[in-house]
Design a protein around this ligand. Sequence first.
Ligand code: ADP
Ligand code: ADP
Ligand code: MG
Length: 453
Amino acid sequence: MFSKILIANRGEIAVRIIRACREMGISTVAVYSQADKDALHVSIADESYCIGGPQVGDSYLNMAAILTVAVISGAQAIHPGYGLLSENAKFVSLCEKCNIEFIGPSSEMISKLGDKDEARRTMRNAGVPVTPGTDIIEDVNIAKEKAAEIGYPILIKARSGGGGRGIRLVHNEDEFENAFHSASAEAQSAFGDGAVYIEKYLKPVKHIEMQLLCDKFGNVVCLGERECSVQRKNQKLIEESPSPAITPEIRANMMEAAKKAALAVGYENAGTVEFLLDKDKNFYFMEMNTRLQVEHPVTEMVVGIDLVQWQIRIAAGAKLSMTQDKIFIHGSAIECRINSEDPDNNYRPSCGTINLLHIPGGPNVRFDTAIYQDYTVPPYYDSMIGKLIVQARSRELAIRKMKMALSELIIQGITHNRNLHLDILSDKEFVDGTYTTGFMEDFDKRRNKQKDE
Ligand code: ADP
Ligand code: ADP
Ligand code: MG
């Protein structure tokens, strides 16, 4: 086992990983930007090093600085968290060259699966159903012909896309050319790769993903699904497990497909296979995320394991001790992402000093965060400041518990989305579990209309 791990991230996820390390008796090394000198992950780590300016390009994406700290501090492994460098194949290959274990799959695996075009081909060849669409198309006229063949509406997607970027929804031929060029330009500037392809736009559709753990010896277990259809601009807002909408039969088939996907590429460590489920209950592979997911706690709550500790054990060469027949889903878990933004003002990001904080408690209530009383939320990073997660015997009870916990949560000094969550949890479509990825758009329209009246 490792004796020292560097955490190449910030915010709630850095805190989450440091906690897992401390429980396992592993020393921790934090890195931080000049804007984060008072951050919680810095104060709870055993050692910490400032690696550059507030902008992520100068600090949390500064590979040379992070690797230098790893070498100087004697860290044997790096945990990347999510976002930032977690899916950066170049960074992983540098770790490999420096003989530092990257807690995640190999650089080769990350390149293979991060290329959405290649991933789609690989999965199709392995017999996993894939969203209908094309390979990479360079010529806009050929692309237009293909789009007409598939039939509008279609999505243009970037080969190297992530975090909802490089995606364009196109309703008809007139919009096609502009969308094609703007998707490509956005992807070029965000990912240094302007290549795009076309997918059929499925609607109404649910986003359902499967959590996998794979060790270095070819053992794979699937820890059930998470439904993440409450999204705004392709960013998830509420996640739950199990999904209220799938039958045991669909679940079994989807789990098989997810395992097939992992085995097809010889996957290693924690990974998530994202699927779309259409109204006829057909499901399609969308992408595989080669990292810990933001919403991993809902799985932890229903399965009763610590995914981060397992990531560390697997990277250190341990065998999975659990087998599929010993994995049970207990009740129902829900996560609400608490964002410092103003839902009543077009979700404008908010920052400032938290002058009053009360974190809810009670049995099976978990709040993953890096904020504290008098902490100042800096303007440079993601607006997610915490995740509230609850678990209960049934979905109905989990919704009740979440409402109770949300109503106890007090964060003053910044604007946040607690009340929005309370409204969603009372919405009929959410309560009956029929909501799809279009839910938030309709929900916001209804809210705005109510406000105007
Ligand atoms: P999840 O399902 O774990 O929420 P996301 O795709 O939303 O996955 O990404 C997780 C986090 O990483 C989010 O905060 C998102 O903004 C960020 N992220 C994802 N991909 C990128 C990227 N390519 N560049 C910058 N940030 C990204
Ligand atoms: P990213 O890498 O940015 O997360 P994804 O390919 O996972 O991109 O898509 C992000 C979101 O967009 C999905 O969660 C889903 O809501 C929506 N989406 C993606 N592909 C389709 C599709 N073919 N039809 C309908 N919605 C889609
Ligand atoms: Mg995705």
